[in-house]
Design a protein around this ligand. Structure first.
Ligand SMILES: NC(=O)c1ccc[n+]([C@@H]2O[C@H](COP(=O)([O-])OP(=O)(O)OC[C@H]3O[C@@H](n4cnc5c(N)ncnc54)[C@H](O)[C@@H]3O)[C@@H](O)[C@H]2O)c1
Length: 257
């Protein structure tokens, strides 16, 4: 079987919802044992149960990626049972607003999860991974490349995810660790529905359509489409790929305008 992940142990942050959930399910379908690190334990348990119901291997761990002590404790416990082959840094949060509408508290909050969370997980995993190599996959965004309007803090943090990817790829190349990032445009997840409900009550359908059209392909991405790319990049079939960002964006970066 191509993209076989049998005997691989994978960590996915934010696997209780949206893209992280789809990635957790897809990695497990290829045979990986999946550990979901989630600040919301209940949805993480639901993802793990869904995987197990289909015969896969999964475990949910309550873990706030922004909290280094929490991350070290969780990852050390997982590593004590065997090597970590794949780390998917997916957990992320958003903030809407230009620089004037971004308070100190806003920027700190987004930094804690989107930047420090990624650093915390890599920092805690890398020693274990150096022993036999592995794959680190970071969830960036098209915002990292184009700087989406009214997303000052979010775009800034995703830019940092991109450069963390390049830095880790360089530093750990000789240890057989490949590090890449994925940059989706808008993907239809609970996050998007929540955003529309909160900001455009009564106009959700119209705004959904408008957001869909910002991708030249005319729709949002599906979490499963991002998960398929994550499976490929995690597999040995992608063994020649490191230090690269992969836009998956319905033409957003290159075909707009
Ligand atoms: N949906 C999109 O349009 C889109 C586009 C580009 C990039 N992304 C990125 O993809 C990733 C997933 O996005 P999504 O749309 O699936 O979001 P989502 O809100 O549906 O899921 C994110 C998950 O991360 C978890 N999480 C949040 N903070 C956490 C923390 N501190 N510790 C552990 N878990 C935490 C949440 O509980 C949630 O289950 C994010 O990094 C996001 O920035 C999303």
């Amino acid at each position: 079987m191509k993209f076989d992940l049998t005997d691989k142990r994978a960590l996915v942050t934010g696997g209780g919802s949206g893209i992280g959930k789809a990635i957790s399910i897809a990695l497990a379908e290829q045979g990986a044992e999946v550990h979901i690190l989630e600040v919301n334990k209940i949805p993480a348990k639901e993802t793990a149960a869904e995987i197990k119901a289909k015969g896969g291997m999964a475990q949910a761990h309550a873990c706030d990626v922004a909290n280094q002590k929490d991350v070290i404790k969780t990852i050390n416990a997982i590593a004590a049972e065997g090597a970590i082959d794949i780390l998917v840094n997916n957990a992320g949060i958003a903030h809407i607003g230009n620089v004037e509408l971004t308070s100190e508290a806003d920027i700190d909050r987004v930094y804690q999860v989107n930047i420090k969370g990624v650093y915390n997980c890599i920092h805690a995993c890398i020693k274990n991974m150096k022993e036999k190599g592995g794959v680190i996959l970071n969830m960036a965004s098209v915002a990292a490349t184009v700087g989406i309007s009214d997303r000052f803090a979010y775009s800034m943090t995703k830019g940092a995810v991109l450069t963390m990817t390049y830095s880790v790829a360089k530093d750990y190349l000789t240890y057989g660790i490949r590090c890449n990032s994925i940059s989706p445009a808008r993907v239809h997840t609970p996050f998007v529905d929540g955003y529309l409900k909160q900001n455009y009550p009564g106009m959700e359908k119209e705004m959904f359509e408008r957001l869909s059209q910002t991708q030249p392909i005319g729709r949002m991405g599906r979490p499963e489409e991002i998960a398929n790319l994550a499976v490929y990049l995690s597999s040995d079939e992608a063994s020649f790929i490191t230090g690269t960002d992969f836009p998956i964006d319905g033409g957003f970066i290159r075909l707009n305008g």
